[in-house]
Design a protein around this ligand. Structure first.
Ligand SMILES: *Cc1c(COP(=O)(O)O)cnc(C)c1O
Ligand SMILES: [Zn+2]
Length: 413
């Protein structure tokens, strides 16, 4: 597997192209796999014992950058559920909708699928420490995998911009946390300046991250019997995940695992939607000062926006902005079905609904909404939007029961 620049195609050795500064990516070599045989092999690994077979990333190891088994650091990631959702379908106005719940990963977010590969690669390369800038989930995930690997974990977080649950989680895994007075984007700048031989930067510009995360696309297809949906809708922050899904589906098509590509849609919070503007206007991305209560997508200068634009354009995809209130309402709809997710994830359902209203999605479309994080990741949001959520929940029966619980007299019949 070769590393190449995504902009000028030159062979590369690191995360950035030395010729043009573009992001690099791994290119799958001319491997010959019998599609039916490979699907069968992957299914048999799923039922087998052993840490590699039990990982929803490493059971696709033929499609990953080569690493020695002794260097693999895994927590059994990416074995996530796909939930059919009648309520979500009604909410978005389509016939069929399901949730791929990547929040059901070991540390509660999709970051684990990429982190297992990035930390394994760092360990194999002899790194002493791993470092990232993070709004919380990248850091929690990195800290857990670094602890498993016996590496030092160094985290730069925007001061005041990370939920308490996420901070507690990274502390638990023993990370060294450095608050940066400023935005995520400033923290990212600081971290990029720190890259050295023995210190690996594991933000999503790290091409190993994308290789792990593309396995979420394989996981989705696997769970659907390798039948692609019409649309996959996901939230966008730095846009590494959108890039990874696009790459995963492209490779699945090239390998003959599927016969058509699903279309991709990215939802951003309207206070942090630089990609939506750039994609719709086919322009250069203009960074913004990110403002949204959905912390995981509060990013104003997305690192992977060019990669994501290429992936979306290849499938005639869509990008859409949704308000924080729309996110809160969508989150309530997801929670009401016993599923739950963190706020940033709910932007995807809000986005599906908005795209249906704009007639980009058709009623008969089969839609997969990607839930990126776990419901317990962000208690502050739930509190802040309690009123909005309450409105979504309100109905007469509940009002009556509530007043009884509160000790009020039942209304006379
Ligand atoms: C990281 C993250 C995102 C954003 O993903 P990108 O790859 O940065 O676009 C969305 N939701 C959650 C829960 C996340 O942790
Ligand atoms: Zn280049």
């Amino acid at each position: 597997m070769d590393l190449r620049c995504t902009q000028c195609s030159q062979a590369a050795t690191g995360a950035l192209c030395t010729a043009c500064g573009g992001l690099t990516e791994f290119v799958l070599g001319p491997i010959r796999l019998d599609p039916a045989g490979y699907k069968h092999l992957v299914a048999s690994r799923r039922g087998a014992t052993g840490a590699l077979a039990q990982s929803g990333v490493w059971r696709f190891l033929e499609l990953l950058p080569p690493l020695a088994a002794r260097d693999v650091v895994t927590l059994g990631e990416n074995n996530v559920p796909l939930y059919e959702s009648a309520r979500g379908a009604r909410y978005a106005g389509v016939d069929r909708l399901s949730y791929l719940h990547l929040g059901m990963n070991p540390t509660g977010s999709f970051k684990d699928a990429g982190m297992t590969v990035a930390v394994s690669a760092a360990k194999a390369a002899g790194a002493r420490a791993v470092v990232c800038a993070s709004t919380g989930n990248t850091a929690s995930s990195m800290a857990a995998y670094a602890a498993r690997a016996g590496l030092v974990a160094l985290v730069a977080v925007p001061a005041g911009g990370v939920s308490r649950a996420k901070l507690a989680q990274m502390r638990d895994y023993g990370a060294c946390i450095v608050p940066v007075e400023g935005s995520f984007d400033l923290a990212m700048e600081r971290v990029r300046a720190l890259a050295r031989e023995d210190v690996a930067v594991v933000n999503s510009l790290n091409p190993y991250r994308i290789e792990g995360q593309k396995c979420a696309a394989f996981r989705l297809l696997e769970e659907r019997g390798w039948e692609p949906p019409d649309w996959v809708v996901l939230p966008g922050g730095n846009l590494g995940n959108a890039s990874a899904f696009g790459k995963g589906f492209r490779e699945a098509l090239a390998l003959g695992f599927i016969d058509r590509l699903p279309r991709l849609a990215v939802a951003q919070a309207s206070g942090a939607a630089p990609f939506v503007r750039a994609y719709e206007g086919a322009e250069e991305l203009v960074p913004v000062d990110a403002r949204t209560a959905a912390g995981a997508i509060a990013i104003g200068a997305p690192v992977s926006w060019r990669k994501a634009r290429r992936e979306l354009a290849a499938v005639n995809g869509a990008a859409v902005a949704v308000s924080d209130e729309a996110i809160a309402l969508a989150k309530a709809a997801i929670g009401r079905e016993g599923i739950g997710c963190e706020p940033a994830s709910a932007a995807a359902l809000a986005g599906a609904r908005a795209l249906r209203e704009a007639a980009r999605l058709r009623r008969e479309d089969d839609v997969v909404v990607v839930l990126t994080g776990h419901a317990l990741k962000d208690g502050e949001f739930a509190q802040r939007f309690e009123q909005v959520t309450q409105r979504a929940w309100d109905d007469e029966q509940e009002r009556e029961l509530r007043s009884l619980l509160q000790g009020e007299r039942a209304p006379a019949i």
